[in-house]
Design a protein around this ligand. Structure first.
Ligand SMILES: [Zn+2]
Length: 246
């Protein structure tokens, strides 16, 4: 891998991260980077079995995810894209059709609850599904570079991170770092009628989704160009069902 002044060259950087055969131009941030599709294809082994699939629209991606979640809820999972062939295909390139910003909670694994497989989803998980700087950077990569056109911000019932933000108690170590990022959402519903935990989970999904679009010029540019939708979702721990948060 070539290095320029100590940095890995951009083209090799893309290759290193598994971007093969993808023609992406993103100029939303004022800086533009172009990935030469022909070069990328030429760099792949001749025996590569996977062609670059057509891009998946936000609505089609949403449909695939909700159908997968229904299979999960109905105990009719197909457990797709987990064969040895799929493993080999995805070893040389990845084309995830959707991105998820979900909670790190052990009970909400995205590939299982949406019944997807290897290379299908680009998943960023952090306690409280907060739109941290590193989460935003990861999602800029999955959309602007890998071509995913849908981001779901996925909260869930009885989220411990949200409960901690409501309690507002001192926390040890760095636990408070992500809890602080949830507090603005909690304050929006602190005096609202109903269950504050339930209201705060929904408010946090809405807040973090808004943070993505507002604090990233790359994501905002893709939305403006109709190449990205950011959608809120809420997962029910008891039923396994994902419902859309508007
Ligand atoms: Zn959680």
């Amino acid at each position: 891998m070539s290095r320029i002044n100590g940095f890995v060259g951009r083209r090799n950087f893309m290759k290193f991260l598994g971007v093969g055969g993808v023609g992406i131009a993103a100029s939303a941030a004022g800086s533009s980077f172009l990935w030469d599709a022909q070069q990328a294809v030429a760099q792949q082994p001749a025996s590569t079995p996977q062609q670059k699939p057509p891009s998946v629209s936000p609505d089609e991606a949403m449909k695939r995810l909700m159908e997968g979640n229904k299979r999960f809820v109905d105990e009719k999972r197909q457990i797709p894209n987990q064969s040895r062939l799929r493993l080999q295909e995805t070893a040389v390139a990845q084309y995830p059709f959707a991105s998820i910003l979900g909670c790190a909670d052990s009970r909400v694994p995205a590939e299982i609850v949406f019944d997807q497989g290897l290379g299908d989803l680009f998943v960023v998980r952090v306690a409280g599904n907060v739109a941290s700087q590193t989460a935003i950077g990861s999602l800029e990569f999955s959309t602007a570079v890998l071509g995913s056109q849908l981001i779901i911000v996925l909260g869930h019932s009885r989220c411990g991170a949200v409960s901690a933000a409501i309690a507002d108690d001192p926390l040890p170590g760095r636990i408070g770092v992500f809890v602080e990022e949830i507090k603005p959402a909690v304050e929006r519903v602190r005096f609202k009628t109903g269950d504050i935990e339930e209201n705060a989970v929904t408010a946090n999904v809405q807040y973090q989704a808004a943070q993505l679009a507002e604090s990233s010029t790359i994501l905002a540019g893709l939305i403006r160009d109709s190449k990205l939708k950011i959608v809120g979702g809420r997962y029910d721990l008891a039923t396994g069902q994902v419902t859309i948060v508007t």
